[in-house]
Design a binder for this molecule. Structure first.
Ligand code: BGC
Ligand code: ZN
Length: 378
């Protein structure tokens, strides 16, 4: 079968290759699920992997099949699988267990191991291929009604985990009643964070660089959130007008914003950090002031990465609620479909250069779910 792969360590090595089709018996105890891949999203991590800044091949291979935002349909299951059946739509989680105690209790997203295993990223092949096989343990069923937008589940889970963790932490307050939230960044993750917080009933202000109006600011306003461009309203000013914020979700990819966010947090507030910043940027910050306000205001800051099964299941419920509450909104995020694995160059080109791209994704088996083809049928 065909797959899109890179040679880790070699910049710009993305290519199409022929690889063996996986089979059910690769998974022990009859727990295998063979999935026909339909749509796979790409993001900054894939960009970094192709730039050889990130990623490692599975032991014994010198290539890595990329793609960690998968969506597909079950083709066959092993004899001990009852959770899904052929024909079901599914998404697989990304991280696989290591050996820390967190891995042993099914929370691999909280691993303390230095080496972690992630499909399409580190030491395991990903989903940009015609088929993949995995243990039913890591396969999450997607209701038919979400099949057009199922490819958005993985990025949604990153947001779900961060927000669920924030609420979990805030149980320390016994009566936490968050009302105002801010999202830093209006990219795919920022948009999904805005959505999830709106579904929780919060008043949300989302900060982005680009002056409005543009698609992302329209999408934010369409679900009753506020968009502020930091070119017009810098974060400190925005916090004065619309804050202070009980919950802030940082998703800009630009670490200096973290310190501005710390200053925009309300007393007893929680700041969630989700940007993976591989560089070595330094900034000068008002350390005494930030520290004092954190101490006197009992504030919390927490980092979050990846997501386990629990957050995938939560994500499915939120995508369904989003479809019920804001019909068609999720479809509008699917801005840049690319047809077929053989168009990997176009996939990368759109990922790195397309203007106004929110989600670039590959329609692996040609089933069209793009907005344009779907709009006529609504
Ligand atoms: C993925 C996460 C992963 C993280 C770090 C992100 O792009 O969505 O699942 O844990 O990269 O590798
Ligand atoms: Zn990702």
């Amino acid at each position: 079968m065909k797959a899109i792969a890179v040679v880790p360590g070699k910049p710009g090595s993305i290519h199409l290759r022929e690889v063996p089709k996986p089979s059910l018996d690769q998974v022990p105890n009859g727990r295998g699920v063979l999935v026909k891949v339909l749509n796979v999203g790409v993001d900054g991590t894939d960009k970094e992997i192709n730039a050889a800044e990130y990623g490692a091949p599975p032991p014994g291979d010198d290539y890595l099949i990329i793609g960690h935002e998968g969506f597909g349909q079950v083709e066959a299951v092993g004899p001990a699988v009852s959770e899904v059946a052929p024909g079901d739509y599914v998404v697989a989680t990304v991280r696989r267990p290591g050996s820390s105690i967190y891995d042993l209790i099914g929370t691999n997203d909280m691993t303390t191991d230095d080496t972690y295993f992630e499909r399409g990223i580190n030491l395991h092949h990903g989903f940009l291929s015609e088929y993949y096989v995995d243990d039913a343990e890591f396969i999450v069923k997607i209701p038919k009604g979400l099949k057009r937008v199922g490819v958005l589940l993985e990025p949604t889970t990153v947001v779900e985990k961060g927000i669920a963790q924030a609420y979990e932490i805030q149980r320390r307050l016994r009566v936490w009643r968050p009302r105002r939230a801010a999202v830093m960044g209006a990219g795919t993750v920022g948009l999904l964070a805005t959505l999830v917080l709106r579904l929780r009933g919060l008043a949300v202000t989302t900060f982005g660089l680009t002056p409005k109006p543009y698609l992302n600011s329209d999408l934010i306003e369409a679900i009753g959130a506020r968009y502020e461009s930091t070119r017009d309203v810098p974060i400190p000013e925005g916090a004065k007008r619309h804050g202070p914020f009980d919950l802030i979700f940082e998703a800009t990819g630009f670490s200096p914003i973290v310190f501005e966010s710390m200053c925009a947090l309300a007393k007893n507030g929680v700041l969630v950090l989700s940007s993976v910043t591989g560089g070595n940027r330094t900034v000068e910050v008002p350390a005494d002031k930030i520290n004092l306000e954190f101490v006197l205001g009992n504030k919390v800051m927490v980092g979050t990465v990846n997501a386990n099964r629990e957050y995938f299941e939560l994500g499915v419920r939120d995508l369904a609620q989003a479809e019920a509450e804001y019909p068609g909104w999720l479809d509008r995020l699917l801005t840049h479909p690319v047809r077929g694995l053989s168009n990997y160059a176009e996939l990368l080109e759109k990922l790195t250069k397309a203007e106004g791209a929110i989600k670039v994704y590959c329609q692996v088996n040609g089933e069209s779910t793009s907005l344009s083809s779907f709009a006529g049928s609504r």
